[in-house]
Design a protein around this ligand. Structure first.
Ligand code: BTN
Length: 259
């Protein structure tokens, strides 16, 4: 990966410092270790991950040389409950950057799956350290399938996963996508600390999602719920209208769109 190309394109404070590794267990683990001593906006990139992590304790397939595995260290001045907004911010940043660079109509499936033609093209894993009501650091981990062929996915996920190359038939520059994501993060991150900014961020997320206005099933840690995905609230929780008429807010889970 040509880190110099990324450095030359990133404008702004976040993404100035980039640490690149050929192979790591997980960029999120490295970022978590550095989160208190390195400057805010430090980026950890790897070409390959041995123990890539996904949401809900899943494994994130991370073959070498083709995809994006990136973690960004942030220290937002917000309460722990507001870190969902940081994840939504990252999803907006990745979606806009990917749309611009690849032309693919990427949409966001709540809370932060990046989707193309109904399949997952990328995901975001946010991990934070807190002390009481204070957030010490937040690590945003971004995984995007870029130049892998359809055949590079194991059989069992071919029906649910895709890559940029799979969608467009062409290779894309990982460096350009990364730089554009970092430029978007520089633009969007300041919105999190102000109320008016949050409204703008939520409205950008709503413009890019394919989840709202659909019948969905959500599997949370405790239960499986089906209903109508009505909206998200000020903190980014999903507002699900149940068949009983009750409006339920959901903080995390695995969502399937029915229609
Ligand atoms: C998801 O389950 O959708 C989230 C996937 C997040 C994967 C990325 S790859 C870079 C960073 N390091 C990890 O171990 N996970 C995240």
């Amino acid at each position: 990966m040509r880190i110099e190309d990324i450095r030359a394109t990133v404008k702004g404070r976040l993404g100035r410092e980039i640490l690149f590794y050929e192979t790591v267990d997980s960029t999120n683990t490295i970022a978590a270790d550095l989160a208190e001593k390195n400057p805010e906006g430090t980026v950890i990139l790897a070409d390959c991950q041995k123990k890539g992590r996904g949401r809900l304790g899943r494994h994130w397939l991370s073959p070498g040389g083709v995809n994006i595995y990136m973690s960004v260290i942030l220290r937002p001045d917000v309460e722990p409950k507001d870190t969902t907004l940081v994840t939504l911010m990252a999803a907006v940043a990745c979606t806009l950057a990917l749309r611009r660079v690849t032309g693919i109509l990427i949409t966001i499936k709540w809370p932060n799956d990046l989707m193309a033609s109904g399949k997952k093209i990328g995901g975001i894993l946010t991990e934070m350290k807190t002390a009481g009501t204070r957030v010490i650091s937040v690590v945003i981990g971004v995984g995007i399938n870029v130049n892998g062929d359809r055949d590079s996915f194991p059989e069992e996920i071919r029906g649910i996963a895709t890559s940029v190359k799979n969608e467009t038939g062409k290779q894309a520059s990982r460096e350009t996508i990364i730089a554009e994501i970092l430029n978007e993060i520089n633009r969007l991150y300041p919105l999190i600390e102000r109320t008016a900014g949050r409204d703008r961020l939520l409205s950008e997320w709503k413009n890019l999602t394919s989840t709202l206005g659909k019948q969905v099933i959500v599997i949370t840690g405790q239960e499986t719920l089906s209903g109508y995905a009505e909206s998200i609230d000020d903190e980014g929780l999903l507002l699900l209208r149940l068949p009983s008429g009750e409006l339920k807010s959901i903080s995390s889970g695995d969502l399937t769109i029915l229609r």
